[in-house]
Design a protein around this ligand. Structure first.
Ligand code: HEM
Ligand SMILES: *[C@@H]1O[C@H](CO)[C@@H](O)[C@H](O)[C@H]1NC(C)=O
Ligand SMILES: *[C@@H]1O[C@H](CO)[C@@H](O)[C@H](O)[C@H]1NC(C)=O
Ligand SMILES: *[C@@H]1O[C@H](CO)[C@@H](O)[C@H](O)[C@H]1NC(C)=O
Length: 324
């Protein structure tokens, strides 16, 4: 009897060891070097071609990776269409009619599968690479970093999880901090990653409350934006997230915050002029673009490491929009 217990114990121990080693498999920059050495250059070529005539696409692609990682890890779940088994993240509040770039992801995936003779590059990894490519194409070589690879794709997704894990632009600083902390990201990551709002656009419905009700805002800026974002109607009218250089990935987002012209309530929460730790980081990044580039890249790698599926978990999808 005792002997059987010991045998049983060993089998459980072996399984546990197997599971942990596999789930903890580390991402590596050279994951596709043997199986598809041309993968990264194929992705870069397509992203570059697209951004050359549509820079806004870079903002779409960067945001896709963020929304993927914050909902049960960087597992490509954000790309899944609804099925009879689950309602996915695409239709979640905050994503619906807002997240874009899915078609380009599908095009990249098809080109990769053709070149690699089969589905070897995961959709989750594609999102990580196109985010990096977008940032470095729109920002220049100082924003280039090595992307860690080897993520696999989820077989399900949850609208409910997207709605509970993605931060809202109405959040205050402590809500933002705890939202990021629940992902293993600290205040510095929060401030650095928010610098992504140096590119892209937002709808009137997302910043209306700020330009009519916030006090921590430059009053001329508020009045100016009210033209294109009336109290009633015009919900889908767009404004640039970075008023100064909307199509360049740079540190001007932080200059805006210091001038109280951040677009979202959540953006301006990072700088209130009260000398807090968050204020100091915003000030640092506003005057030192190298410090911003360094910290942004480090935090992107950290975000890209949120709960990846590795080893035998998940799958390599054939189509990014549906499970195999
Ligand atoms: C800190 C909390 C954050 C909040 C509350 C937030 C919220 C938002 C909102 C409301 C929009 C506008 C959506 C629309 O109008 O359709 C937006 C756009 C955007 N966000 Fe964030 N975001 C946050 C952090 C991030 C992070 C960490 C990244 C990437 C690393 C990011 C990347 C972007 C980009 C690039 C856009 C522009 C998208 C486009 O033009 O298509 N955001 N964000
Ligand atoms: C996805 O599927 C796994 C395994 O079937 C399950 O444990 C997990 O809770 C599911 N996740 C969601 C978001 O439904
Ligand atoms: C932030 O918002 C939460 C939820 O509304 C609230 O409980 C908290 O008091 C706020 N914190 C600050 C510092 O305003
Ligand atoms: C401004 O705040 C008031 C009081 O909370 C609220 O009723 C109103 O809807 C807000 N206005 C906007 C544009 O959000």
């Amino acid at each position: 009897m005792a002997f059987h217990h010991i045998q049983y114990y060993f089998i459980v121990l072996l399984m546990a060891t197997f599971l942990t080693t596999h789930s903890n498999a580390e991402l590596t920059p050279d994951f596709y070097n043997d199986v598809c050495p041309q993968a990264l250059s194929i992705i870069n070529t397509i992203v570059r071609q697209k951004l050359d005539f549509k820079p806004r696409m870079g903002a779409h692609l960067l945001r896709l990776h963020f929304h993927d990682c914050f909902v049960n890890g960087c597992d490509g779940s954000v790309l899944l269409d609804d099925t009879p088994n689950f309602i996915g993240e695409k239709t979640a509040k905050g994503n619906i009619d807002s997240l874009k770039g899915f078609m380009l992801v599908d095009i990249i995936k098809a080109e990769l599968d053709k070149a690699c003779k089969g589905p070897v590059v995961s959709c989750a990894d594609i999102l990580a690479v196109i985010a990096r490519d977008s940032v470095s194409i729109l920002g220049g070589p100082s924003y280039w970093y090595q992307v860690l690879l080897g993520r696999r794709d989820a077989r399900n997704a949850s609208m409910k999880d997207a709605e509970s894990y993605l931060p809202s632009q109405l959040f205050n600083l402590s809500q933002l901090v705890s939202n990021f902390e629940s992902q293993g990201l600290n205040l510095k990551d929060l401030v650095a990653l928010s610098g992504a709002h140096t590119i892209g656009m937002a709808k009137c419905s997302t910043f209306r409350e700020r330009i009519y009700n916030d006090t921590n805002i430059d009053p001329d800026f508020a009045t100016c934006l009210q033209d294109n974002c009336p109290l009633h109607g015009g919900d889908d009218n767009f404004e640039a997230l970075d008023f100064l250089t909307p199509q360049v990935f740079d540190n001007s987002y932080y200059k805006n915050l210091v001038s109280k012209i951040g677009l979202f309530h959540s953006d301006q929460e990072l700088f209130k002029g009260d000398g807090s730790e968050s204020d100091m980081l915003v000030e640092l990044y506003s005057r030192d673009s190298d410090a911003f580039a360094r910290d942004f890249k480090a935090s992107m790698i950290k975000m890209g490491n949120i709960k990846p599926l590795t080893g035998n978990f998940g799958e390599i999808r054939t189509y990014c929009g549906k499970v195999n």
